[in-house]
Design a protein around this ligand. Structure first.
Ligand code: SAH
Ligand code: SF4
Length: 377
């Protein structure tokens, strides 16, 4: 911005002032930037556009989770989720419209990749939501777990993290940011050299190449052993650990044998495991294991000294939970059309549930209580 202002013939420090207005104060109207002279404000307003993402819709879940539909400059939409009190305030943001990876259990994957987001669009989600929720200036967390694979959009993602970290703006320290990835190895190696490094979460989901290649197609390119080796080399601060996310799919990857293999695989890594019982959706050909199965899996890990937690799904009633973000009407791939047709049917069922008219299919629970730590090293 300093450079842009210098090119524009205004002193460089004006760029910093404008950055402050936009990110710290949430002001997007040049006219309201009162420490800039009136003439400069008028010139800026005709030359530059300060705009999206703009809030195009919102839905609040019974648990307080709010899903925002944000409209971008080109009219495309993304979803960004505000998750209160977990216990921190957390924004779950997107890095792409859709996703190219196509994991077998993820609705976003069914969209295919529509396009990458720019750094401004990634950071802009936090800017808009932090001001909308009144949290700007407070300490909140950011997780890159919305739509998209952050390491597939590396440059823009890292630039967004630098924008967010700037003390002149929102001052979100990278320690408060978690980047979740399937593990695109060249990008992961590069991340290991970044001066501003977020927390790392690796979406593992399986313990053999055969199993993982079926669930996470990127595994066909980057084998499990290489991913684990890259994690072993990944530089961590003294108190940091890598989180391994593991979506539990009934009868597919949730047996005690899988759990034991997982313990072995993570041996020698400062790791914690976050179990994600599948958020079911029509169009996703897997089932969510019941709580007993989830607990049994967690118990195997905990008994062997692995720190494990079970993620409580937030906002499932509004399709804001992990892997459920999908935007309608972007690009009608056949998978997307199918997923949308089926989820809107499911949505009707869920609304009925909220009104107390029905029981959840198969009587499976929503996962009781808060995110629960069941063991620690
Ligand atoms: N693309 C990145 C980040 C976005 S997905 C990644 O895959 O890591 C964030 C998390 O949600 C991932 O761990 C992903 O595996 C998980 N997820 C996707 N679909 C899900 C579903 N249906 N139920 C539960 N978790 C899911
Ligand atoms: Fe993409 Fe992540 Fe969904 Fe896989 S789980 S399709 S990487 S968003």
């Amino acid at each position: 911005m300093e450079q842009a202002l210098a090119d524009f013939g205004a002193p460089r420090y004006r760029g910093r002032q404008i950055f402050h207005w936009i990110y710290r104060q949430g002001v997007t109207d040049f006219g309201a930037m009162t420490n800039l002279g009136r003439e400069l404000r008028e010139r800026l307003a005709v030359t530059f556009a300060l705009g999206p993402p703009a809030i195009a819709g919102r839905q609040t879940s019974a648990d307080g989770t709010t899903k925002f539909l944000l409209r971008l400059a080109d009219g495309r939409h993304i979803e960004t989720v505000y998750i209160p009190d977990t216990p921190a305030q957390t924004f779950c943001i997107s890095t792409q419209v859709g996703c190219a990876i196509g994991c077998a259990f993820c609705l976003t994957g069914k969209m295919g990749l529509v396009r990458h987001l720019s750094a401004g669009e990634i950071a802009g989600q936090v800017r808009v939501l932090a001001h909308e929720t009144g949290l700007a200036g407070t300490a909140f967390n950011v997780v890159l777990m919305g739509m998209g694979e952050p390491l597939h959009n590396y440059e823009a993602t890292m630039k967004a993290l630098r924008i967010l970290a700037d003390e002149e703006g929102l001052g979100v320290h990278p320690r408060r940011v978690t980047l979740s990835t399937v593990g695109i190895l060249p990008a992961l190696e590069r991340l290991a050299t970044e001066p501003l490094m977020p927390n790392l979460a690796v979406s593992l989901h399986a313990t053999t190449d055969e199993q993982r290649s079926r669930l996470v197609p990127a595994n066909r390119r980057y084998a499990l052993k290489d991913l684990i080796d890259a994690c072993k080399r990944f530089p961590l601060g003294r108190r940091r650990r890598i989180t391994f996310e593991y979506v539990l799919l009934e009868g597919v990857n949730d047996t005690p044998e899988d759990a034991r293999r997982l313990v072995k695989l993570l041996n020698g890594i400062k790791a914690k495991v976050n179990l994600l019982p599948l958020n079911e959706a029509a169009g996703i050909p897997f089932d969510r294991p019941d709580d007993d199965r989830v607990n049994a899996f967690a118990r195997v890990l905990a008994d062997r000294g692995v720190t494990v937690s079970v993620r409580k799904s937030r906002g499932r009633d509004i399709r804001a939970a992990c892997g459920q973000l999908i935007v309608e009407g972007e690009r009608a791939s056949s998978g997307q059309t199918l997923a949308l047709a089926m989820t809107s049917e499911q949505g009707k069922g869920q609304r009925a549930l909220e009104q107390g008219k029905g029981q959840r299919a198969k009587g499976k629970g929503e996962g009781k209580g808060r995110r629960s730590e069941v063991g620690s090293r």
